[in-house]
Design a binder for this molecule. Sequence first.
Ligand SMILES: C[S@@+](CC[C@H](N)C(=O)[O-])C[C@H]1O[C@@H](n2cnc3c(N)ncnc32)[C@H](O)[C@@H]1O
Length: 279
Amino acid sequence: MADPKSPIAEGRSDSYRMEQLDADAEVARLEAQVRLVTPLENDFLAAVGLPPDAWLLDVGCGPGFFSERAARDLVPQGRVTGVDVDPSLLALARERLAGSGLAVDFVEGTGVRLPLPDDSVDASYARFLLQHLTDPGVVLREMVRVTKPGGTVCLVDTDDGALLLHPPVDGFDELLRASYQAQKARGGDRHVGRKLKALLLEAGGVDAGVRLYPFTSEQVGAADFLRVTTGFKAGVLGPPHIATERLKQISAALEQAQQVPGFFGHAMGYAASARVPRA
Ligand SMILES: C[S@@+](CC[C@H](N)C(=O)[O-])C[C@H]1O[C@@H](n2cnc3c(N)ncnc32)[C@H](O)[C@@H]1O
Protein backbone atom coordinates (compact mmCIF):
# COMPACT_ATOMS: atom_id res chain seq x y z
CA MET A 1 0.00 0.00 0.00
CA ALA A 2 1.41 3.40 -0.94
CA ASP A 3 2.11 5.87 1.87
CA PRO A 4 -0.99 8.14 1.76
CA LYS A 5 1.28 11.21 2.01
CA SER A 6 3.45 10.22 -0.95
CA PRO A 7 2.79 11.53 -4.48
CA ILE A 8 2.19 7.98 -5.67
CA ALA A 9 -0.89 7.80 -3.44
CA GLU A 10 -2.42 10.43 -5.74
CA GLY A 11 -1.72 8.01 -8.54
CA ARG A 12 0.56 10.49 -10.29
CA SER A 13 3.94 9.78 -11.71
CA ASP A 14 6.61 11.46 -9.68
CA SER A 15 9.17 11.93 -12.39
CA TYR A 16 7.06 12.33 -15.54
CA ARG A 17 4.91 15.44 -15.56
CA MET A 18 3.96 16.70 -18.98
CA GLU A 19 3.33 20.17 -17.57
CA GLN A 20 7.05 20.38 -16.72
CA LEU A 21 8.06 19.55 -20.29
CA ASP A 22 7.78 21.24 -23.66
CA ALA A 23 4.65 19.28 -24.66
CA ASP A 24 5.15 19.40 -28.46
CA ALA A 25 8.81 18.41 -28.19
CA GLU A 26 7.99 15.58 -25.78
CA VAL A 27 5.20 14.17 -27.99
CA ALA A 28 7.60 14.35 -30.97
CA ARG A 29 10.22 12.54 -28.87
CA LEU A 30 7.73 9.80 -27.97
CA GLU A 31 6.83 9.43 -31.64
CA ALA A 32 10.51 9.14 -32.64
CA GLN A 33 10.92 6.60 -29.84
CA VAL A 34 8.11 4.53 -31.38
CA ARG A 35 9.91 4.49 -34.75
CA LEU A 36 13.07 3.28 -33.05
CA VAL A 37 11.41 0.71 -30.83
CA THR A 38 8.78 -0.79 -33.16
CA PRO A 39 10.94 -3.38 -34.96
CA LEU A 40 12.37 -4.58 -31.64
CA GLU A 41 8.96 -4.60 -30.04
CA ASN A 42 7.53 -6.64 -32.95
CA ASP A 43 10.14 -9.32 -32.38
CA PHE A 44 9.44 -9.35 -28.63
CA LEU A 45 5.68 -9.51 -29.08
CA ALA A 46 5.94 -12.27 -31.69
CA ALA A 47 7.87 -14.28 -29.09
CA VAL A 48 5.27 -13.52 -26.41
CA GLY A 49 2.51 -14.59 -28.84
CA LEU A 50 -0.60 -12.46 -28.34
CA PRO A 51 -3.78 -14.03 -29.75
CA PRO A 52 -5.27 -11.72 -32.44
CA ASP A 53 -8.55 -11.50 -30.50
CA ALA A 54 -6.89 -10.59 -27.20
CA TRP A 55 -7.95 -7.68 -24.97
CA LEU A 56 -4.75 -5.75 -24.33
CA LEU A 57 -4.24 -3.12 -21.64
CA ASP A 58 -1.66 -0.35 -22.29
CA VAL A 59 -0.76 1.24 -18.93
CA GLY A 60 0.74 4.75 -19.19
CA CYS A 61 -0.36 4.87 -22.84
CA GLY A 62 0.45 8.60 -23.27
CA PRO A 63 -0.61 9.85 -26.74
CA GLY A 64 -1.53 6.25 -27.66
CA PHE A 65 1.15 5.44 -30.24
CA PHE A 66 1.49 1.85 -29.02
CA SER A 67 -2.27 1.40 -28.39
CA GLU A 68 -2.94 2.42 -31.99
CA ARG A 69 -0.43 0.02 -33.48
CA ALA A 70 -1.53 -2.80 -31.19
CA ALA A 71 -5.20 -2.37 -32.17
CA ARG A 72 -4.30 -2.31 -35.86
CA ASP A 73 -1.58 -4.97 -36.10
CA LEU A 74 -1.31 -7.08 -32.96
CA VAL A 75 -4.89 -7.74 -31.82
CA PRO A 76 -6.90 -6.82 -34.94
CA GLN A 77 -9.86 -8.95 -33.82
CA GLY A 78 -9.53 -7.93 -30.18
CA ARG A 79 -9.44 -4.60 -28.41
CA VAL A 80 -7.05 -2.26 -26.63
CA THR A 81 -7.64 -0.14 -23.53
CA GLY A 82 -5.15 2.64 -22.86
CA VAL A 83 -4.92 4.05 -19.32
CA ASP A 84 -3.02 7.20 -18.38
CA VAL A 85 -3.06 9.74 -15.55
CA ASP A 86 -2.61 12.70 -17.88
CA PRO A 87 -5.90 13.93 -19.38
CA SER A 88 -4.13 16.12 -21.97
CA LEU A 89 -2.29 13.11 -23.40
CA LEU A 90 -5.51 11.09 -23.45
CA ALA A 91 -7.27 13.93 -25.29
CA LEU A 92 -4.49 13.85 -27.88
CA ALA A 93 -4.78 10.06 -28.18
CA ARG A 94 -8.56 10.27 -28.70
CA GLU A 95 -8.18 13.09 -31.24
CA ARG A 96 -5.54 11.18 -33.20
CA LEU A 97 -7.62 8.03 -33.39
CA ALA A 98 -11.06 9.60 -33.92
CA GLY A 99 -12.65 8.00 -36.97
CA SER A 100 -9.91 5.35 -37.27
CA GLY A 101 -12.43 2.56 -36.67
CA LEU A 102 -9.92 0.86 -34.38
CA ALA A 103 -11.20 -0.98 -31.30
CA VAL A 104 -9.33 1.15 -28.79
CA ASP A 105 -10.60 3.20 -25.87
CA PHE A 106 -8.71 5.55 -23.58
CA VAL A 107 -9.50 5.77 -19.87
CA GLU A 108 -8.17 8.26 -17.35
CA GLY A 109 -6.74 6.42 -14.37
CA THR A 110 -3.63 5.44 -12.54
CA GLY A 111 -1.55 2.30 -12.71
CA VAL A 112 -1.53 2.40 -8.92
CA ARG A 113 -5.26 1.55 -8.88
CA LEU A 114 -6.15 0.33 -12.36
CA PRO A 115 -9.79 1.05 -13.25
CA LEU A 116 -10.53 -2.59 -14.14
CA PRO A 117 -11.85 -5.61 -12.22
CA ASP A 118 -9.68 -8.63 -11.42
CA ASP A 119 -8.87 -11.04 -14.27
CA SER A 120 -10.15 -8.72 -17.04
CA VAL A 121 -7.57 -8.52 -19.82
CA ASP A 122 -5.59 -11.16 -21.72
CA ALA A 123 -2.37 -9.17 -21.59
CA SER A 124 -1.14 -5.96 -20.02
CA TYR A 125 1.69 -3.81 -21.27
CA ALA A 126 3.67 -0.87 -19.90
CA ARG A 127 6.17 0.88 -22.11
CA PHE A 128 8.61 3.43 -20.69
CA LEU A 129 6.44 3.81 -17.59
CA LEU A 130 8.32 1.99 -14.84
CA GLN A 131 11.36 4.29 -15.04
CA HIS A 132 9.03 7.09 -13.84
CA LEU A 133 7.55 5.39 -10.77
CA THR A 134 8.47 5.57 -7.09
CA ASP A 135 7.26 2.06 -6.49
CA PRO A 136 6.93 0.08 -9.73
CA GLY A 137 5.94 -2.99 -7.69
CA VAL A 138 2.58 -1.38 -6.84
CA VAL A 139 1.75 -0.92 -10.53
CA LEU A 140 3.01 -4.38 -11.48
CA ARG A 141 0.85 -6.02 -8.82
CA GLU A 142 -2.10 -4.13 -10.28
CA MET A 143 -1.20 -5.34 -13.79
CA VAL A 144 -1.05 -8.92 -12.48
CA ARG A 145 -4.40 -8.43 -10.71
CA VAL A 146 -6.29 -7.25 -13.81
CA THR A 147 -4.71 -9.82 -16.17
CA LYS A 148 -6.42 -13.20 -16.49
CA PRO A 149 -4.67 -16.28 -15.10
CA GLY A 150 -2.48 -17.62 -17.92
CA GLY A 151 -2.29 -14.12 -19.45
CA THR A 152 0.87 -12.09 -19.90
CA VAL A 153 2.35 -8.97 -18.37
CA CYS A 154 4.84 -7.22 -20.68
CA LEU A 155 7.26 -4.39 -20.00
CA VAL A 156 9.52 -2.36 -22.24
CA ASP A 157 11.97 0.09 -20.70
CA THR A 158 15.53 1.30 -20.84
CA ASP A 159 18.58 1.58 -18.63
CA ASP A 160 21.06 4.43 -18.88
CA GLY A 161 23.87 2.04 -17.92
CA ALA A 162 23.79 0.85 -21.54
CA LEU A 163 23.90 4.30 -23.17
CA LEU A 164 27.19 4.94 -24.98
CA LEU A 165 28.35 7.58 -27.46
CA HIS A 166 31.30 8.11 -29.77
CA PRO A 167 33.01 10.55 -30.09
CA PRO A 168 33.09 11.15 -26.33
CA VAL A 169 30.99 14.20 -25.42
CA ASP A 170 32.39 16.45 -22.73
CA GLY A 171 30.04 16.31 -19.74
CA PHE A 172 27.93 13.39 -20.99
CA ASP A 173 28.73 11.23 -17.93
CA GLU A 174 27.88 14.22 -15.76
CA LEU A 175 24.53 14.56 -17.58
CA LEU A 176 23.77 10.86 -16.99
CA ARG A 177 24.69 11.09 -13.30
CA ALA A 178 22.63 14.25 -12.81
CA SER A 179 19.68 12.76 -14.62
CA TYR A 180 19.90 9.56 -12.54
CA GLN A 181 19.94 11.63 -9.34
CA ALA A 182 17.16 13.97 -10.50
CA GLN A 183 14.89 11.11 -11.46
CA LYS A 184 15.68 9.26 -8.23
CA ALA A 185 14.86 12.36 -6.18
CA ARG A 186 11.49 12.61 -7.95
CA GLY A 187 10.76 8.93 -7.60
CA GLY A 188 11.98 7.41 -10.87
CA ASP A 189 14.78 5.03 -11.79
CA ARG A 190 16.93 5.39 -14.90
CA HIS A 191 18.44 1.97 -14.16
CA VAL A 192 15.14 0.11 -14.14
CA GLY A 193 15.86 -2.02 -17.24
CA ARG A 194 18.16 -4.44 -15.39
CA LYS A 195 15.50 -4.90 -12.66
CA LEU A 196 12.47 -5.81 -14.81
CA LYS A 197 12.72 -9.57 -14.40
CA ALA A 198 13.08 -9.35 -10.63
CA LEU A 199 10.19 -6.88 -10.41
CA LEU A 200 7.88 -9.17 -12.41
CA LEU A 201 8.68 -12.13 -10.16
CA GLU A 202 8.21 -10.05 -6.99
CA ALA A 203 4.80 -8.95 -8.29
CA GLY A 204 3.66 -12.58 -8.58
CA GLY A 205 4.47 -13.29 -12.24
CA VAL A 206 5.89 -16.67 -13.25
CA ASP A 207 8.13 -17.81 -16.12
CA ALA A 208 9.62 -14.32 -16.27
CA GLY A 209 12.16 -13.58 -18.96
CA VAL A 210 13.95 -10.57 -20.38
CA ARG A 211 15.28 -9.86 -23.85
CA LEU A 212 17.76 -7.15 -24.77
CA TYR A 213 17.48 -5.14 -27.95
CA PRO A 214 20.36 -2.89 -28.99
CA PHE A 215 19.31 0.24 -30.80
CA THR A 216 21.74 2.60 -32.38
CA SER A 217 22.05 5.85 -34.30
CA GLU A 218 22.51 3.72 -37.43
CA GLN A 219 18.79 2.98 -37.33
CA VAL A 220 17.38 6.49 -37.06
CA GLY A 221 20.27 8.90 -37.52
CA ALA A 222 22.23 10.84 -34.91
CA ALA A 223 19.64 13.58 -34.30
CA ASP A 224 16.71 11.26 -33.59
CA PHE A 225 18.89 8.94 -31.53
CA LEU A 226 19.96 11.81 -29.27
CA ARG A 227 16.46 13.26 -29.14
CA VAL A 228 15.05 9.92 -27.96
CA THR A 229 17.78 9.04 -25.49
CA THR A 230 18.69 12.44 -24.05
CA GLY A 231 15.75 14.75 -24.90
CA PHE A 232 13.77 13.85 -21.79
CA LYS A 233 16.80 14.34 -19.55
CA ALA A 234 17.58 17.80 -20.91
CA GLY A 235 13.88 18.70 -20.61
CA VAL A 236 13.62 18.00 -16.88
CA LEU A 237 17.13 18.65 -15.57
CA GLY A 238 18.33 21.71 -13.72
CA PRO A 239 19.61 22.82 -10.33
CA PRO A 240 20.36 21.37 -7.82
CA HIS A 241 21.37 18.36 -9.93
CA ILE A 242 23.21 20.34 -12.56
CA ALA A 243 23.81 24.06 -13.11
CA THR A 244 21.75 25.61 -15.92
CA GLU A 245 24.88 26.95 -17.63
CA ARG A 246 26.58 23.54 -17.49
CA LEU A 247 23.48 21.87 -18.95
CA LYS A 248 23.55 24.37 -21.83
CA GLN A 249 27.23 23.56 -22.47
CA ILE A 250 26.57 19.81 -22.52
CA SER A 251 23.52 20.25 -24.80
CA ALA A 252 25.69 22.32 -27.18
CA ALA A 253 28.40 19.62 -27.10
CA LEU A 254 25.77 16.99 -27.97
CA GLU A 255 24.56 19.17 -30.86
CA GLN A 256 28.12 19.34 -32.16
CA ALA A 257 28.77 15.62 -31.69
CA GLN A 258 25.84 14.66 -33.87
CA GLN A 259 27.39 16.56 -36.80
CA VAL A 260 30.52 14.38 -36.70
CA PRO A 261 30.33 11.91 -39.63
CA GLY A 262 31.52 9.01 -37.46
CA PHE A 263 29.02 9.70 -34.67
CA PHE A 264 27.72 6.48 -33.15
CA GLY A 265 25.21 6.11 -30.34
CA HIS A 266 24.25 2.87 -28.67
CA ALA A 267 21.45 2.18 -26.23
CA MET A 268 19.50 -0.85 -25.13
CA GLY A 269 15.81 -1.70 -24.95
CA TYR A 270 14.78 -4.14 -22.22
CA ALA A 271 11.69 -6.19 -22.97
CA ALA A 272 10.43 -8.42 -20.18
CA SER A 273 7.41 -10.61 -19.77
CA ALA A 274 5.87 -12.98 -17.25
CA ARG A 275 2.73 -15.06 -17.08
CA VAL A 276 0.04 -14.63 -14.47
CA PRO A 277 -0.17 -17.96 -12.63
CA ARG A 278 -3.28 -20.10 -12.89
CA ALA A 279 -4.85 -20.66 -9.48
C1 LIG B 1 7.48 8.25 -21.10
S1 LIG B 1 5.75 8.31 -21.28
C2 LIG B 1 5.46 6.84 -22.25
C3 LIG B 1 4.17 6.90 -23.03
C4 LIG B 1 3.86 5.66 -23.88
N1 LIG B 1 3.81 4.44 -23.07
C5 LIG B 1 4.84 5.48 -25.01
O1 LIG B 1 5.62 4.54 -24.96
O2 LIG B 1 4.80 6.30 -25.95
C6 LIG B 1 5.16 7.83 -19.67
C7 LIG B 1 3.64 7.88 -19.56
O3 LIG B 1 3.22 7.32 -18.31
C8 LIG B 1 2.16 8.10 -17.78
N2 LIG B 1 2.10 7.86 -16.33
C9 LIG B 1 2.96 8.28 -15.40
N3 LIG B 1 2.60 7.82 -14.17
C10 LIG B 1 1.51 7.07 -14.35
C11 LIG B 1 0.69 6.31 -13.48
N4 LIG B 1 0.93 6.24 -12.16
N5 LIG B 1 -0.37 5.64 -14.01
C12 LIG B 1 -0.63 5.71 -15.35
N6 LIG B 1 0.11 6.42 -16.23
C13 LIG B 1 1.17 7.09 -15.74
C14 LIG B 1 2.54 9.52 -18.18
O4 LIG B 1 1.44 10.41 -18.11
C15 LIG B 1 3.05 9.29 -19.60
O5 LIG B 1 2.01 9.33 -20.53
